[in-house]
Write a new protein. Structure first.
Length: 318
């Protein structure tokens, strides 16, 4: 399959170009220009530990770069995409699938930083289930049909020789907090889970059938920063300040584990033990330069979204 890393034909700004320019300017000793828009509104698809640098930036580094950023959390990609399309947000941080859907619907948006590579889902099953083959004849839960959890689950079932809807029924089970209850009650034989419920389920003795990292790919295009093209054109210094603050937040999180864990407890409402696990899981997956995952993993991504009917073919490199 051809490399698809730049995605520029469809309006995706090469991932990391802004961060790369920022780092080059810093190395050359360039003086930052005046920030055009110091007050920003940033939309998040949902509160999540994978947004750790954003929460650290809110606590420390945005202010240091002369920015005042209001965070608005939504209930999923559909809502944050609607807000971005309607012009009520300056920036959003949402799934890569959400960006694709916006571009496919002809919205004038661009992704400008994609350094979130978390492959962090896991499949948990009843204690009696020891292998994927044990799911035959049972039901597995996903959040909603057509969602990323549905796409990943169908992919991994086929990988293990199981036909979705024939060998294993797929049930819409809602978010992880809901599906874990269905799993515990016996209504589901297995379910795809995110943090922290995947750890709660494991601590309760449920079987970890597999993880996204091992079953699919160790890197995944989890999130990307998105803005309207006009905003990017009119606010280059604002963008540079925002990216400086973001990179500084990643570095601060690496340097001060206690601060970052406390931020997760405060912002995502994790218990301290699970916040610490989330920190350890997420931190290695942040790419300061905002690049997409390696080409071999993007090829897997495209194969999954094509199978789901999201796009007919990979978006080619420029």
């Amino acid at each position: 399959m051809a490399s698809t890393r730049k995605l520029s034909r469809r309006g995706f700004v090469q991932a990391g170009v802004g961060a790369a320019a920022l780092l080059a300017a810093r190395a050359a000793g360039a003086v930052p220009g005046k920030i055009e828009k110091p007050k920003l509104t940033l939309g998040l698809a949902v509160p999540a530990a994978s947004f750790l640098p954003v929460y650290v930036a809110a606590a420390r580094t945005w202010k240091e770069q002369g920015l005042e950023v209001e965070i608005v959390s939504f209930r999923g990609d559909a809502e944050v995409s609607q807000a971005m399309a309607g012009g009520s947000l300056d920036l959003s941080l949402q799934s890569f699938d959400g960006l694709i859907n916006l571009i496919e619907s002809k919205q004038p948006v661009k992704g400008f930083y994609a350094g979130f590579h978390q492959a962090d889902f896991a499949w948990l099953a009843q204690p009696s289930v020891k292998t994927w083959a044990d799911l035959k004849g049972g039901t597995i839960g996903v959040s909603t049909f057509g969602s990323l959890t549905d796409q990943l689950t169908r992919f991994v079932l086929r990988k293990h020789g199981l036909k979705p809807e024939t060998d294993v029924q797929i049930m819409q089970a809602g978010p992880s907090a809901t599906s874990i209850q269905l799993l515990r009650s016996g209504r589901l034989l297995a379910a795809i889970q995110s943090a922290p419920t995947k750890w709660v389920a494991e601590d309760l003795g449920l079987t970890v059938l597999g993880t996204q990292e091992k079953e699919i790919a160790p890197q995944w295009p989890k999130h990307t920063f998105v803005a309207r093209g006009k905003f990017l054109d009119e606010n280059p210094q604002t963008l540079r300040a925002f990216l400086r603050a973001h990179v500084a937040a990643i570095r601060l999180a690496r340097a001060d584990r206690a601060l970052a864990v406390k931020v997760l407890v405060d912002q995502v409402k994790y218990q301290p033990a699970y916040a610490a696990r989330a920190y350890d899981e997420n931190l290695p997956a942040f790419d300061e330069r905002g690049r997409l995952p390696d080409d071999q993993y993007m090829d897997i991504f495209w194969s999954i979204v094509i199978a789901a009917g999201t796009v007919p073919e990979p978006w080619p490199a420029a």
